[in-house]
Design a protein around this ligand. Structure first.
Ligand code: SF4
Ligand code: SF4
Length: 382
């Protein structure tokens, strides 16, 4: 059995759904596409991860000769609808950037160990243009929603890429896209217009970006504040968004099969106990017990969950949350206060709640932070 065959069979044995092998050549299309998107991706291309350099794997990792591309179908269990309203399925699956202590991280660790056991130098190249690598290995194509689509599976897939130092028996590259010509269902379903045109995502309008990348430490004009025009479009999504995948007819089967898949006991527990008010107040221990199990490495700063929960509560326009918002209107963190003020504005304006107006006016009388004061003023105007 050749080394390439042993790699393929071991990956399948580990539970990966597809495995492909590709040369570690430059990803010219990726570099060209990203380099031409200056303002959209400045926060990324000029940040510490330097993704453009990963477009040239051999320059980045001198040993690299080949890429082992792994596809994992993460739609394996029933995703509780209550959780799907709050977060993307990939986070529920605990497979993205999984730590080695989690079963999905351990699987990738076993794959690395196997390759090392074969005498190969190997690096888990998570910043490599993975979807382009998947196309080169003939495993996936791009949807117009920019998600990777694996034939026979759908787009709820996670790609992993390992660089190795051996020449292997490569797969034939596949087509870059297999979307039906006239289909624009994903673009039409995007609540924020983040899919500016087919295959073109504007990150700053995308809800996942706004849920966890809005952090002023990133620079390039990104702030801790979720833009006001984006907030009403978030609905209750505090972490991620699947709207453009849910709309895709090629995911219809996998979505329809949700209730028939085995239940995931942890997700069922979280569906009962992960609440918007729990996230807003984030009591001691709540993060560890209810948030970290599924969102272990995305938002290290808990105040951003509180901020997102405030927006999600505002979008419910459910007056039962008024006492929760009232409590956090005195939160010492100005970003949280500002978003709570916005949420109360949804109650004061569209719901015409006198109590929401009273709370806003009361806070306005003592507020010293200029940004929060402005949010209070706008909320009262609404
Ligand atoms: S993830 Fe949501 S916000 Fe982003 S492009 Fe898809 S539908 Fe639009
Ligand atoms: S909705 Fe249509 S255009 Fe969008 S990814 Fe699916 S098949 Fe492609």
């Amino acid at each position: 059995m050749t080394l390439s065959t042993r790699i393929r069979e071991y990956a399948l044995d580990l539970g990966y759904d597809r495995v492909g092998l590709a040369p570690a050549d430059d990803f010219d299309e990726f570099i060209e596409a990203l380099a031409g998107r200056g303002e959209d991706y400045d926060w990324w291309t000029q940040g510490p991860r330097d993704p453009l350099s990963w477009g040239r794997p051999r320059e980045k990792a001198g040993f690299a000769r080949s890429i082992v591309v792994l596809v994992y179908n993460y739609a394996r269990c029933r995703f509780p609808p209550e959780l799907c309203a709050l977060m993307g399925r990939v986070y529920q699956s605990r497979s993205y950037l999984a730590p080695p202590t989690n079963i999905n991280g351990a699987r990738l660790g076993l794959m690395r160990d196997f390759l090392a056991g074969e005498g190969l130098t190997c690096e888990d190249a998570i910043w490599l243009p993975q979807r382009w690598a998947g196309v080169r290995a003939g495993l996936v194509s791009f949807g117009k929603n920019t998600c990777a689509y694996a034939p026979g599976i759908g787009s709820f897939v996670l790609l992993s890429t390992l660089l190795v130092d051996a020449e292997l028996d490569y797969d034939e590259p596949g087509p870059v896209s297999t979307c039906p010509k006239g289909c624009t269902l994903c673009l039409d379903a995007c609540p924020t217009g983040a899919l500016r045109e087919p295959f073109t995502l504007v990150p700053r309008r995308c809800l996942p970006f706004n849920a966890w990348m809005t952090n002023k430490e990133r620079g390039f004009g990104v702030t801790d504040s979720i833009p006001r025009e984006i907030r009403p479009l978030m609905a209750q999504r505090v972490h991620g968004c699947d709207a453009c995948q849910e709309a895709c007819p090629r995911n219809r089967k996998v979505l329809a099969a949700n209730d028939a898949r085995p239940r995931d006991a942890l997700l069922d527990l979280l569906a009962k106990e992960l609440t918007l008010e729990g996230l807003l107040h984030m009591p001691e221990g709540y993060y560890e017990s209810r948030v970290r199990p599924v969102m272990y490495n995305y938002i290290r700063d808990l105040r951003f969950f509180q901020r997102n929960a405030a927006v999600a509560i505002g979008n419910t326009r459910d007056l039962r949350y008024l006492p929760d918002l009232a409590q956090e209107l005195d939160n010492p963190d100005a970003t949280i206060r500002a978003h709570v003020a916005w949420a109360l504005g949804q109650f004061a304006g569209p719901c015409r709640s006198p109590e929401a107006r009273r709370l806003l006016s009361q806070r306005q009388a003592v507020e010293e932070d200029a940004e929060v004061a402005e949010e209070l003023r706008l909320a009262l105007e609404e």
